[in-house]
Design a protein around this ligand. Structure first.
Ligand code: MN
Length: 266
């Protein structure tokens, strides 16, 4: 009996969380406030560091409800404000009666966050240095320690393989099914290329997902330059694993720099 009552209380409190607006949740819970404010800052940093442009987006899982996530309404990353942040479920449905226009590709976030409890923040963008890899099938692999999380190479999502019945799509991840298929392509990795479109990446924190987006793009540029010069020596899987363990302990350092840059510009 007590268990039933307890279960009911948990259900009730969960539905209350879902019913409260993002603003109300921020007022009630410091962890939500911190997550939403960091999400806004991350939008500005990603634009300042050329990881996104007028398009692109970053999400964060709700720290008090693992089945929902926060993502801006449909505006460009550098102009995102706290008031723009919406809450979604793991099928990409907007919660709290929020009827504002959402990103058409929110399913990238719901697909990955649903499948990957180890990922709490997802980024999607179209940064040009990564595009050639998705186009040619040349594997994007770690050429230096900063991007060691790329491991043995980024998988490529081919939308033609999953779009039914017509393989000629508009290239957008515009449905829960396409978001789920993209997530399957990513597998257990942290970065996936999208042929003729861009990339998606993720990590357990906003800071780390931003770090990974920025350094994967730098890796793409360096790898392309190196390939013109000759045979490329990539990090071995062992080097990549060891380097990732070391470098990802230090991400607070560039984050401070990137934050101060965008704050000084405001
Ligand atoms: Mn896109």
């Amino acid at each position: 009996m007590m268990r039933k009552i307890l279960g009911l209380l948990i259900l009730l409190s969960a539905s209350c969380v879902g019913a409260a607006s993002v603003q109300e949740q921020m007022e009630q819970n410091p962890a939500v406030k911190a997550a939403v404010e960091e999400l806004v800052l991350a939008n500005h940093i990603l634009y300042d560091q050329n990881a996104v442009d007028g398009y692109g987006h970053i999400s964060v899982r709700n720290p008090v409800n693992p089945n929902t996530f926060f993502l801006s309404r449909s505006v460009s990353p550098p102009v995102v404000k706290v008031e723009d942040i919406m809450e979604f479920d793991m099928n990409g449905n907007a919660l709290n009666g929020d009827t504002r226009v959402a990103y058409g590709e929110r399913f990238i976030h719901s697909g990955i966050l649903k499948d990957r409890p180890d990922i709490n923040s997802v980024i999607h963008g179209h940064a040009s240095p990564v595009l050639p890899y998705g186009l040619t099938g040349t594997t994007l692999k770690p050429v230096y320690h900063m991007s060691s999380f790329l491991g043995e190479g980024a998988p490529i999502f081919e939308i033609r393989n999953v779009a039914h019945p017509n393989p000629d799509t508009d290239m957008f991840i515009s449905s829960p099914d396409l978001g789920n298929a993209l997530s399957k392509s990513m597998g257990l990795q942290y970065f996936v290329l999208m042929r003729g479109h861009g990339y998606a990446t993720g990590a357990d924190s906003i800071k780390k997902s931003v770090f990974r987006a920025i350094y994967a793009i730098q890796n793409a540029s360096i790898q392309a330059e190196a390939m013109k010069m000759g045979q490329v020596q990539y990090l071995t899987p062992g080097e990549a694993a060891a380097a990732q363990a070391t470098i990802e302990k230090t991400i607070g350092r560039p984050w401070q720099l990137w934050s101060e840059r965008v704050k000084n510009k405001q």
